[in-house]
Design a protein around this ligand. Structure first.
Ligand code: BG6
Ligand code: MG
Length: 248
C-alpha cells in the first residue's frame, strides 16, 4: 500500500492511480465486512469427549478378535467414518472378515458405543464450549456442526446442545469423508457463508486437512505435535473466545 503510494508520487501513470483506488477500496471493504461469518465444529473431541467411548468400543471388538488396540493406533481413527475405521482396526490386527461379518461387527461396535454414550449428561460438554457458542450467537456469527458421525444428533440431544447449531452436516449427509473438504463446504453453503470467512474447530488431523482443503482457517483442539497442519492449536475452549480468535 505504502509502496504504491510512493510510486504514485514519483511517476504519474493512469493505470497506477486505478490500482491505488482499487487497493483502497479493497481495504475499506475488508474492514466493513465481518471477518468471521461462520464457525464449524467437529463433534467428537471438540464439543464432547466421545473419543474415549469410540476407543473403548473398538478396543473391545479388537480384543474379541484376539488382538489389542493402543491409544496411538486409535488416533488414526479420529475423524474417520465407522466403516473406514473398522477396516483400519482389522488391518492393525491382520484380521480378514466377510462383508456380512464386517457389517455385523460395525453394528455391534456402534451399539456398545451408544450404550457408553448414554452415561453422558449436559455436564459432559467440554469446558468452555457452551460459553464460546453463546459468544458467537451474541455476535451474530453462525455455527454449524461438521462431523463424520452418524450419531451426531443423538449425542447433541443427549448433552442438550442441538439448539446451538444453525446446521448439522453429519455422517448421514456426506458422501466423502474427511480429509475431503465436502463436510465443511456443505456447512458453509448451508450457512450462506464464504469458505474464506469460516473457521473450523477440529481435534483430528484428517479434519484439519479437510478444513484447509475447504480454504478455511483451521483451529486445532489438542496437541500441536499431532495437529501439525492447523493454523493454530489450543488445548480447548477454556480461556478461548472471539478476542483470541480474531487475533490469530
Ligand atoms: C467421528 C469420530 O466424529 O465419527 C470417529 O472422530 C468416528 O472416530 C466417526 O469413527 C463415525 O462415528 P459414528 O458415530 O458414525 O460411528
Ligand atoms: Mg473429532
Amino acid at each position: 500500500m505504502l509502496h504504491v503510494e510512493r510510486m504514485e508520487k514519483s511517476v504519474f501513470q493512469p493505470w497506477r492511480s486505478k490500482l491505488l483506488f482499487f487497493t483502497i477500496l479493497q481495504d475499506i471493504k475488508f474492514e466493513i465486512m465481518p471477518s468471521i461469518q461462520a464457525c464449524l465444529f467437529d463433534l467428537d473431541g471438540v464439543i464432547v469427549d466421545t473419543a474415549q467411548f469410540h476407543y473403548i468400543a473398538w478396543r473391545e471388538m479388537a480384543q474379541d478378535l484376539g488382538f489389542d488396540l493402543t491409544r496411538e493406533e486409535n488416533e488414526r481413527l479420529k475423524g474417520i467414518s465407522r466403516m473406514e475405521s473398522l477396516e483400519i482396526v482389522l488391518s492393525i490386527g491382520g484380521v480378514q472378515l466377510s462383508e456380512d461379518e464386517k457389517l455385523r461387527r460395525a453394528a455391534a461396535k456402534n451399539a456398545r458405543y451408544l450404550e457408553l454414550c448414554m452415561q453422558m449428561t449436559p455436564e459432559d460438554a467440554l469446558p468452555g464450549v457452551r460459553h464460546f457458542l453463546d459468544e458467537l450467537k451474541q455476535n451474530g456469527i453462525r455455527s454449524g456442526l461438521g462431523s463424520a458421525s452418524k450419531n451426531a444428533r443423538v449425542i447433541l440431544e443427549r448433552i442438550d446442545m442441538l439448539h446451538y447449531f444453525d446446521t448439522i452436516v453429519d455422517g448421514n449427509r456426506i458422501t466423502k469423508g474427511k480429509p475431503d473438504p465436502q463436510v465443511f463446504l456443505m456447512g458453509a453453503a448451508d450457512l450462506n457463508a464464504d469458505p474464506a470467512h469460516c473457521v473450523v474447530f477440529e481435534d483430528a488431523l484428517a479434519g484439519i486437512q479437510s478444513a484447509k482443503a475447504a480454504g478455511m482457517l483451521a483451529v486445532g483442539i489438542g496437541e500441536a505435535s499431532v495437529l501439525t497442519e492447523a493454523d493454530i492449536v489450543v488445548p480447548g475452549f477454556q480461556n478461548f473466545g472471539l478476542l483470541q480468535l480474531e487475533n490469530i
